[in-house]
Write a protein that binds this ligand. Structure first.
Ligand code: SAM
Length: 326
């Protein structure tokens, strides 16, 4: 069957294979093929592939992979990978244990298996976990060429938002001033700084800010990153009129922070406002709240109404990219 493949000269094959593997983009169920001095590396998501790689569609053979968890279990389990941690979302403890055992004997490189034991909760948006295998809940996760050290038991992080974060990062210009109001361990801050922006990240969670410092250092962008622990409403005054861009990734309550966002905004500022709303009107409440906070001081122009993902039955996680012009 035809699948998207990265096409690369044979000499750069191993380096490219490693980069794709690190980002979890290699499609292990298909063969890597060689033809006329080029390698064809099948990928799981052609949109997530770094821009410097060429994508072609190509018929490749199936790979013999007897050791996937699905082969061992006889059904397709649902799990996410975060560095060397496998994350399950199973209500039934026996099924969770069965999947964990299969994951451990499969060919997935894994040190720890955890099961969700609560929803994300409280101001810090951290969950409880049941650790089924292993001990450490700290790992190094790679996405879009950046790496993040984090502990899932201490900070919020969702690998599912990688494509969305990349969509926003691609809008960042060299030299601009960007402010992440709810920065976590830095998955917006670090790629923004990699694009040569000057970036401030704030988070209430002390551990997240420690990881943010570490992740700026790991990705060689610490010179362009300021990481501050605190309530962003208290920090915003120090950056009044400062930002060309502000990220508000605190769906459910971002509207409570719009006054702080307007305080931060410079003469021309793009807001990335995340929200969770009913599918009947996913963008209306956010747009109304932004207009109420910013007008008439700013002209408000909605540049993008973007559905990030389905959040729950009839509920959508959305992002409004909104330009504020004074
Ligand atoms: N942007 C990060 C990401 O994409 O992984 C983290 C997003 S997480 C949904 C929201 C973050 O906001 C949490 O790390 C939480 O600690 C932080 N937070 C909640 N209330 C805050 C406040 N008043 N000021 C600053 N940060 C806050």
């Amino acid at each position: 069957m035809e699948v998207p493949c990265v096409r690369v000269e044979r000499e750069r094959g191993e380096e490219t294979r490693q980069r794709l593997a690190d980002d979890g983009l290699l499609a292990a169920e298909f063969e890597i093929e060689v033809e006329d001095g080029y390698l064809y590396l099948p990928v799981t998501d052609d949109e997530a592939v770094p821009e410097d790689m060429a994508i072609v569609s190509r018929a490749v053979g199936d790979r013999e992979t007897p050791d996937t968890p699905a082969d061992l279990l006889g059904f397709e389990p649902t799990y996410e990978r975060l560095g060397d941690i496998v994350i399950l979302d199973e209500d039934d403890p026996d099924t969770a244990r069965e999947i964990a055992d299969a994951v451990m004997v499969s060919d997935i490189p894994v040190e720890t298996v955890v099961n969700r034991a609560s929803k994300v909760k409280g101001e810090l948006r951290v969950r409880d976990w049941e650790v089924l295998v292993g001990e450490s809940t700290e790992t190094v996760h790679r996405e879009y060429g950046c790496e993040y050290l984090l502990d899932v038991a201490e900070v919020y992080f969702s690998p599912r938002l990688a494509t969305e974060r990349h969509r926003v990062a691609e809008q960042v210009d060299s030299g601009e001033r960007a402010f992440d109001m709810f920065a976590g361990v830095g998955p917006f801050v670090v790629p923004f700084a990699k694009r040569d922006a000057e970036v401030v990240g704030v988070d209430l969670n002390e551990r997240a800010v420690e990881y943010l410092h570490e992740n700026a250092r790991r990705n060689d962008v610490e010179e362009r990153v300021t990481a501050t622990q605190g309530d962003v409403r208290d920090v915003a005054g120090d950056y009044a009129d400062w930002a060309d861009r502000a990220v508000m990734n605190l769906p459910h309550s971002a509207d409570e922070f719009l006054d702080a966002a307007v305080e931060l905004a410079g003469d021309d500022c793009v807001l990335h406002y995340y929200d969770i709303q009913h599918e009947d009107d996913p963008f209306g409440p956010g747009e109304a709240a932004i207009r109420a906070a910013a007008e008439p001081e700013y002209e408000v122009e909605v540049e993008t109404r973007h559905v990030v993902r389905s959040y729950a039955p009839h509920e959508l996680n959305v992002c409004l990219d909104v330009r504020l012009s004074r």
